[in-house]
Write a protein that binds this ligand. Structure first.
Ligand SMILES: Cc1ncc(COP(=O)(O)O)c(C=O)c1O
Length: 466
């Protein structure tokens, strides 16, 4: 009997998970029966799109915790929530203000809903991380007064937390709606050190519970302030999500909420202490803290673990995977780990053991053992952003032809392309591909990129015959 999925997933058990879902492989409460409890809308259950029973109650408990006007459970990840909030806030043909490091899901809804993406000018930290200031949002909104909303990122993959309160002030003083991607900050609802996006002034915001809390994959939340018409928002959600939402995912969202309400404060405090001690130990092995010197007004989420990798991020991630420790992401110089809140101690202990063994290898000059691991050069971002030649929604549905990345300079991309993770575009559909981006794409292994076709080619807008 061939059961390839089962064979694949069995290998995952027994490994150390420092990636999403942040369950660490464990349900927050015992007695979770996947097949027995998977169900649908019945007279005794409830309906996600018209909740009156348990779903309504779970959402009310969540809204109270997040201090939101309304909170909607999502079984399609933050992606579904981001799509719904743009459909709520903007109409076809309208510009929307985005940060340069916007997640690809926002660009997808711009393409399908005919919204015009306008990028606010980015700033960079000393170590090259991208963020967007309130002033940049103000300038973009002043240049596009017909934009009904701006979209901000409250925390990025590496834990850099933006100055959302200042951004909210810039957006609201111009009479616009602030939409926010807090996919990596679901646990802010329980944190005392970092307020959630709603407390900073966001009108609508999404949180991927599965990224930082013990919730199943694709479990996420969409929160709305008291000014938002929650019933209209829910009808938009119906357009972006399946009509058969997974009750298991919804259950896991409520279990994560209940577990955090009961044990969250203690668990978060303990995890913070464990992580600070871990950083000192890792630094002694040569793996320095990768979260340093945030610009004024910004800070780091210290529950996200970023380590500098002297041997290169990809090489270190590969070495750790060989030792059965899987991290969330690597780039040229770092690894990024998502530490499971309900199991942080064991996961960090196993990570430290694996780092010790890797450091020993490095220090004893046993370089050949490291060198045999295939080094995958990993993406930086372009130094010059591409110029738009066609509207996104036009190019995304235009007739295309496949072009090799190396030969793509000067062509107009028919797709949005970038590294995954983190899902940030180097190029959106309708952009002219620069020489530098063509080179970056040619140098990056195709499996690390989203947007290319199966053969690793870039679908480019077909040239018209002369
Ligand atoms: C910043 C950001 N926003 C949104 C998303 C989409 O979240 P989800 O996977 O829950 O759909 C991701 C996914 O990695 C992300 O990193």
């Amino acid at each position: 009997m061939l059961r390839p999925m089962r064979r694949m997933l069995r290998q995952v058990a027994g490994r150390t998970s420092l990636h999403m879902p942040a369950t660490g492989g464990r349900a927050p409460f015992r007695g979770f029966h996947a097949y027995r409890w998977d169900t649908t809308e019945l007279p005794i259950t409830d309906d996600l799109y018209h909740p009156t029973g348990a779903i309504a109650q779970a959402e009310a408990l969540l809204a109270a915790r997040a201090d939101a006007g309304a909170s909607l459970m999502l079984s399609g990840g933050s992606t579904a929530g981001i799509h719904a909030m743009f459909l709520y806030a903007a109409k076809r043909g309208q510009p929307v203000i985005l940060p340069r490091n916007v997640h690809v899901s926002a660009l997808s809804i711009c393409a399908t809903a005919g919204l015009v993406p306008i990028f606010a000018e980015p700033s960079f930290t000393k170590d090259g991380r991208l963020y967007t200031t309130a002033e940049a949002y103000a300038r973009a909104l002043d240049a596009h007064p017909d934009a009904p909303c701006a979209f901000a990122l409250h925390v990025d993959y590496e834990g850099l937390v933006s100055d959302l309160a200042a951004i909210a002030q810039a957006v609201h003083s111009r009479g616009k709606l602030l939409l926010c991607d807090e996919a990596h900050g679901a646990y802010f609802n329980w944190r005392e050190d970092i307020p959630n996006a709603g407390a900073c002034g966001a009108d609508l915001y999404v949180q991927s519970a599965h990224k930082t809390l013990p919730a199943l994959t694709a479990g996420a939340w969409l929160h709305a302030s008291r000014q938002v018409d929650a019933s209209r928002l829910r009808s938009m959600l119906r357009m972006t999500q399946t009509s058969s939402p997974s009750f298991l995912t919804l259950l896991s969202l409520d279990e994560a909420r209940a577990w955090m309400d009961a044990r969250g404060s203690r668990a978060l405090g303990r995890m913070g202490l464990l992580l600070e001690r871990f950083r000192e130990q890792a630094a002694r092995l040569g793996y320095a803290d990768g979260q340093c010197d945030p610009p004024r007004g910004l800070r780091y989420d210290r529950l996200r673990l970023v380590l500098c990798a002297p041997e290169g991020g990809a090489l270190l991630a590969k070495r750790l995977a060989d030792l059965r420790v899987d991290v969330e992401m690597s780039d040229t110089a770092h690894i990024v780990c998502i530490v499971p809140i309900n199991g942080a101690k064991g996961a960090l202990r196993r990570l430290l053991r694996a780092l010790r063994s890797t450091a020993r290898m490095r220090n004893t000059q046993d370089q050949s053992a490291l060198r045999h691991l295939e080094s995958v050069p990993l993406p930086m971002r372009p130094t010059v952003w591409p110029t738009r030649r066609l509207p996104l929604h036009e190019a995304a549905f235009a007739e295309t032809e496949p072009v090799t990345p190396a030969a793509s300079a000067g062509r107009i991309s028919g797709v949005t392309v970038g590294p995954y993770p983190p899902g940030i575009a180097w190029l959106t559909a309708g952009d002219e591909i620069t020489q530098e981006i063509a080179m970056l794409l040619a140098q990056t292994p195709p499996e690390r990129l989203f947007g290319l076709d199966q053969a690793g080619m870039i679908p480019c807008v077909k040239l018209k015959a002369e």
